[in-house]
Design a binder for this molecule. Structure first.
Ligand SMILES: C[S@@+](CC[C@H](N)C(=O)[O-])C[C@H]1O[C@@H](n2cnc3c(N)ncnc32)[C@H](O)[C@@H]1O
Length: 254
């Protein structure tokens, strides 16, 4: 009989072998386009939680990796960012870039959207950004690319800046474990049936010498588990190489 630890092993195999290539992801999301906004039934509670913990009202320079249709950016600009804040989004899909640019037309001075090349490179100078966001994108990427996104986020964030993530994740109770196992099984058969996304553990990628864990929560609307992480960039690596405390520490917005 298969047990949960076997499923975790399967996840590792999946992560290693069968994510969509960047050109397959581009083709898929070019076709998917506006339909991405219909995923709100399981994404919105996680995004609400991210907004509640990422102190966007203190942010000035925001970068989003994999901005999709620009729905989250529009919400931030309309309701959560100060009027002086600027936003840069990127996406591999030209259709998504077009949809996001159209959606953000009301903010010509403050919001820009670029097409990215499929790598995890962020087109930004070191220490130039105070929020890096990526929602439901890392769960599409290979382990190596996920690590590269964390490294790039650390490079571009100012010390104390925040990396704000939401992703599909593994279940934490029986119903959500069943859902995530079924999701994984479908992904293994044909990744494009689930948009190339599979449940991952974001917190497994966090290097505690580079990041302080401010907030982590798993939400399971309709049985679909999502992980929310807010991490604070540490300025310099810990010279002794000591592990930092693992418990999230809630830091209130100023
Ligand atoms: C599941 S959608 C999520 C979109 C948006 N963040 C949201 O929450 O609605 C994944 C998005 O990531 C983009 N994407 C996939 N691979 C990418 C890559 N390597 N670089 C940049 N964007 C990528 C896709 O084009 C798509 O818009």
């Amino acid at each position: 009989m298969m047990v949960w630890s076997d499923l975790a092993g399967l996840e590792h195999m999946v992560n290693k072998q069968s994510v969509l290539t960047s050109s397959e992801a581009q083709t898929y999301y070019d076709r998917f386009g506006k339909k991405q906004d219909s995923q709100g039934f399981y994404e919105d509670p996680a995004l609400d939680d991210l907004i509640a913990h990422a102190c966007f009202r203190d942010a000035q320079r925001i970068f989003e990796f994999g901005c999709g249709t620009g729905k989250f950016a529009a919400r931030l600009l309309a309701e959560h960012l100060p009027p002086s804040a600027s936003y840069l989004g990127c996406d591999i899909s030209p259709v998504m870039v077009g949809l996001a640019a159209q959606r953000l037309e009301a903010y010509p001075e403050r919001a820009k959207v670029l097409r990215s090349d499929g790598t995890a490179h962020f087109p930004l100078p070191d220490r130039s950004i105070d929020r890096v966001i990526s929602n439901y994108v890392l769960d599409l990427l290979s382990e190596g690319d996920i690590r590269a996104v964390f490294a790039e986020a650390h490079r571009v964030l100012t010390p104390g800046g925040k990396l704000c993530l939401a992703s599909l994740t593994r279940g934490i109770n029986l119903p959500s474990r069943i859902v995530s196992s079924l999701w994984m099984a479908v992904f293994r058969m044909r990744p494009s049936l689930v948009g190339g996304c599979r449940p991952i553990r974001l917190d497994a990628y966090v290097d505690r010498d580079r990041w302080q864990l401010e907030h982590r929560r798993v939400l399971i609307p309709f049985g679909v588990p999502s992980e929310v992480l807010v991490l604070n960039a540490r300025g310099t690596p810990n010279p002794q190489g000591l592990r930092r405390p693992e418990r999230p520490r809630e830091i209130p917005c100023s």
